[in-house]
Design a protein around this ligand. Structure first.
Ligand code: SF4
Ligand code: FES
Length: 248
């Protein structure tokens, strides 16, 4: 395939960025989107130009590092896949592909296609944990019976990889799908009840402090989420939040 790429280039967080055009040949359908960018970077290095900086780590849909806005969609045109799992066979010879970083005030661009998503870390640190004694007296997890349906829903919520596509997809740059997944994975389990009241209050407070917008039920986050995190988690977080505030 021969492709025309329009890539966001930005020197650093303070510089003004711009779209730059590149032409790329020899792209194969079996390449992942990141491998296609590797080929582009080899071409740039061969020409003595600076390679495009982008985030990645596992390249198998686990870590949530790869975060690209591809033709206006977080993680591109395929459903339920991350950018690293997106294959070039989803595109056609001669296509023009627009590649940008995730756009949100709370995810400032650091360089080219890399954004700072440490706001998510701070939300997680505000309450995304349970107090378990791990000093040699750890209780066997199976010693606490858990309803199968609740265990399944908690596991579904726990598959959130913190990629930030939900924020990038939302017209309000809301982080409610992410935060609600992190609240739900504990709210559904008996082990998560001890800190439940404080957890939802702290995580929602931190989410607001980070400048993310509110949810207006558009549902774009759920559609673009590579892990299929359900909007039901947002409803659950709202219920948890209101009930926590009633308790004081
Ligand atoms: S909810 Fe989905 S889109 Fe949002 S951070 Fe988690 S995995 Fe990514
Ligand atoms: S590089 Fe880890 S999820 Fe894509």
């Amino acid at each position: 395939m021969k492709l025309s790429l329009k890539v966001w280039r930005q020197k650093d967080a303070k510089s003004k960025g711009a779209m730059v055009d590149y032409s790329l040949e020899g792209v194969e359908g079996d390449m992942s989107f990141l491998e296609m960018l590797d080929v582009l970077n080899e071409q740039l290095i061969d020409n003595g130009e600076e390679p495009v900086v982008f985030d990645h780590d596992c390249r198998e849909g686990i870590c949530g590092s790869c975060s690209l806005q591809i033709n206006g969609e977080p993680h591109g045109p395929d459903r339920l896949v991350t950018t690293c799992q997106l294959h070039m066979r989803k595109f056609n010879d001669g296509d023009t592909i627009v590649i940008e970083p995730f756009r949100a005030k709370s995810f400032p661009v650091l360089k080219d296609l890399i954004v700072d998503r440490s706001a998510f870390d701070r939300i997680q640190q505000a309450g995304g944990y349970i107090s378990v004694n791990t000093s040699g007296n750890t209780v066997d997890a199976n010693a606490t019976p858990i309803d199968k349906h609740a265990a399944d829903e908690a596991m579904d919520a726990a598959t959130c990889i913190g990629c930030g596509a939900c924020v990038a997809a939302c017209k309000n740059a809301s982080a409610m799908l992410f935060t609600s997944a992190k609240v739900s994975q504990y709210a559904l389990l008996p082990q998560g009840q001890v800190e439940a009241t404080q957890r939802v209050q702290s995580m929602v407070r931190q989410m607001d402090l980070e400048g993310f917008g509110n949810c207006t039920n558009t549902g774009a986050c759920e559609i673009e989420c590579p892990k299929g995190i359900s909007l039901e988690n947002i409803a659950r977080m709202n219920r948890e939040y209101f009930s926590a505030n009633l308790k004081g």
